[in-house]
Design a protein around this ligand. Structure first.
Ligand code: AR6
Length: 169
């Protein structure tokens, strides 16, 4: 049984097995959630990302994929980095956004994580409309077969929290 929970707050303050990062394909950090995770998690995470770049992801991590690193100083065992699609009004990229959630849960399962915190992937800098981002996120995780016991969506503000709450019902 997997439970979906919602929290309004800062994902870097969560105590879970895995924290999902809305990264970019470089894996070398950025703003938004990515910046916050690297700031609070410390240099170990970036060092692990650099090693991944050097070993397996020379061309970067593809959109819709996910990979785990140490969580550094965060209160978690892993950070799972996933790359959301940039929103496009002219092209339907929702399969790629759904893939971020599926792949992140697959990586969580591979590592044995039982509690996983997700941000609203692509709904910040990447421009995805919040209601649609919430619908895709919730529908996708509900359809996944996983050993994860708690999927916690951590929403930064009231608007995001409301959008997810309407989907979870
Ligand atoms: N905790 C929870 N949610 C947060 C936090 C936080 N600490 N900070 C921001 N959010 P974004 P994206 C919310 O932009 O759209 C980065 O530069 C935010 O309000 O972090 O996937 C990466 O390096 C929004 O609702 O991710 C990429 O280049 C949601 O998290 C790019 O941004 C996602 O916003 C990825 O863009």
């Amino acid at each position: 049984m997997t439970t979906i929970t919602l929290v309004q707050g800062d994902i870097t303050r969560q105590s879970v097995d895995a924290i999902v990062n809305a990264a970019n394909s470089s894996l070398l950090g950025g703003g938004g959630v990515d910046g916050a995770i690297h700031r609070r998690g410390g240099p170990e995470i970036l060092a692990a990302c650099r090693r991944l770049r050097a070993s397996s992801y020379g061309k970067g991590l593809a959109t819709g994929r996910a990979v785990a690193t140490t969580a550094g100083a965060l209160d978690a065992r892993w950070v799972i980095h996933t790359v959301g699609p940039v929103y496009s009004a002219s092209e339907d990229r929702s399969a790629l956004l759904a893939s971020c959630y599926r792949e992140s849960l697959r990586v969580a399962d591979e590592n044995g994580a039982r509690t996983v915190a997700f941000p609203a992937v692509s709904a910040g800098v990447y421009g995805w409309p919040m209601d649609d981002a919430a619908r895709i996120a919730v529908e996708t995780v509900r359809a996944v077969r996983t050993n994860v016991e708690e999927i916690r969506f951590v929403l930064f503000d009231e608007r995001a929290y409301g959008a997810f709450a309407r989907q979870v019902g």
